[in-house]
Design a protein around this ligand. Structure first.
Ligand code: RIB
Ligand code: CA
Length: 327
């Protein structure tokens, strides 16, 4: 086996983040160096504790660095407090959450590290002897703060794989995907930092959505990871049915795990194109994924800055997760 891929996973755990953490810990070709938490699906206290709970359930001592509790700018605007709208409801007194306050796992027995996540990134990347891959599956605030503190750290970033955005898909506003919408300024900063960027947007993740029948295949593994992954798929589908009773999807995309697996092996993606991408920063376009198609605007200054996955292979994704979770 060749050298392992050194990864830092930046999360807003989160049910699909939890599956990404499990896949990273179980993946034989990944060295999970650290998990950095950020506010997003839930407040920073919850996303940090949930990340610790997943690692504890796996018997993993991977350190967790607690990150930003607020986005760079948006929380200063009183009318614009990021939330993950439309991900919970109450039906007949029963609450349904796509992302529970706390994952249904024992409370963590250890705490997060002293160093805040952005400081961890600066320290790690200033002194890295080998490049590091960062897989960011929540709002990009931590990484943006680190890059603002010291832009030179980009020299030791192998690649940034982002779960976020959508060319023809959105889930938080009519034009924006949640991770990008939650901190659009941070996203614009990160995708223009000069690192090699791979975006795994909703256009790709929704093509790998799992059904309850897929969940049953994970449960059939008879392992903790298989059972917990099946539980999270069922929970997300049940929440969607309660939130959207007129038009339920009856499936759910485990967005973050696809981005994590793509970092290790891009063959799980399809139709990856090099594009010029920017992020809408205001008004109706806030958080939108803006891709420049017109060639006359693509010049030496206005360059293509990201690899953008327009699709993915559900069966390859499912097979890889089943392989990892049979342990
Ligand atoms: O839009 C999907 C993304 O938003 C996922 O990362 C999910 O965990 C939420 O953060
Ligand atoms: Ca997430």
């Amino acid at each position: 086996m060749g050298k392992k891929l050194r990864i830092v996973l930046d999360v807003d755990t989160g049910t699909d983040d939890a599956v990404a953490i499990m896949a990273a810990v179980k993946h034989p070709d990944i060295e999970l160096m650290a998990v950095c938490s950020v506010a997003g699906n839930k407040p920073i206290e919850n996303t940090t504790e949930n990340s610790l709970r997943v690692l504890q359930a796996l018997g993993s001592e991977v350190p967790v660095y607690r990150g930003c509790a607020k986005p760079l700018v948006k929380s200063i605007t009183p009318t614009r407090i990021p939330d993950h709208g439309g991900t919970m409801t109450v039906v007949d007194g029963k609450e349904f959450h796509v992302h529970p306050e706390y994952l249904n796992l024992p409370a963590s027995g250890r705490s997060y590290e002293e160093l805040p996540a952005p400081a961890y990134y600066v320290e790690l990347l200033r002194n890295a002897k080998e490049p590091v891959t960062i897989v960011a599956v929540g709002p990009l605030t931590n990484l943006a703060v680190a890059l603002i503190i010291d832009p030179s750290i980009v020299k030791n970033i192998e690649r940034i794989v982002i779960m976020g955005g959508g060319a023809e898909c959105a889930n938080r506003t009519p034009v924006a995907e949640f991770n990008i919408w939650a901190d659009p300024d941070a996203a614009q900063w990160v995708i223009h930092c000069g690192a090699d960027i791979l975006m795994v947007p909703l256009d790709a993740t929704i093509k790998t959505a799992f059904t309850k029948e897929d969940a049953a295949d994970f449960r059939a593994l008879g392992t903790f990871c298989g059972d917990f992954c099946a539980d999270l798929i069922d929970l997300r589908i049940d929440a969607d049915r309660a939130i959207n009773p007129e038009c339920p999807d009856n499936n759910t995309a485990i967005h973050d795990a696809l981005a994590l697996l793509a970092a290790a092996d891009e063959s799980v993606l399809r139709d990856v194109r090099r594009v010029r991408c920017d992020i809408g920063l205001g008004d109706f376009a806030e958080g939108a994924t803006l891709i420049t198609h017109s060639k006359e605007f693509l010049t030496s200054e206005f360059t293509k800055n990201v690899s953008f996955a327009y699709s993915a292979d559900k069966e390859a994704f499912k097979a890889e997760l089943l392989r990892l979770f049979m342990q």
